[in-house]
Design a protein around this ligand. Structure first.
Ligand code: SF4
Ligand code: SF4
Length: 95
């Protein structure tokens, strides 16, 4: 699964530079994660770096982005190749 940022986000800015996939950016009110770029850090780290640094623990998994480890690795490889394509199973935010 990709991760997402809940409205508990305090806009502390620490997660954005930690993301190896440039998946985190400032949204309208709080930071957001692009599910097409989030690999749960698969390919880069053993655990999600944004979750490690978030002081308010507001980055859970996105239940709308169910992906297997193989799909996450494929997304990582596509990002590295510069040709990431959205998965049909991925949507912008949980419903
Ligand atoms: S889990 Fe990793 S890839 Fe996904 S948003 Fe957080 S830092 Fe970026
Ligand atoms: S680290 Fe957590 S609180 Fe800080 S900007 Fe990122 S999601 Fe928001």
């Amino acid at each position: 699964m990709a991760l997402w940022i809940t409205d508990a986000c305090i806009n502390c800015d620490v997660c954005e530079p930690e993301c190896p996939n440039q998946a985190i950016s400032m949204g309208v009110e709080i930071y957001e994660i692009d599910p097409h770029r989030c690999t749960e850090c698969v390919g880069h780290f053993d655990s999600p770096q944004c979750v490690q640094v978030c002081p308010v623990e507001c980055i859970p998994v996105n239940p709308s982005c169910v992906e297997t480890p193989e799909q996450l690795l494929a997304k990582y490889r596509a990002l590295q190749a510069g040709s990431a394509s959205p998965s049909p199973a991925v949507s912008a935010s949980p419903v």
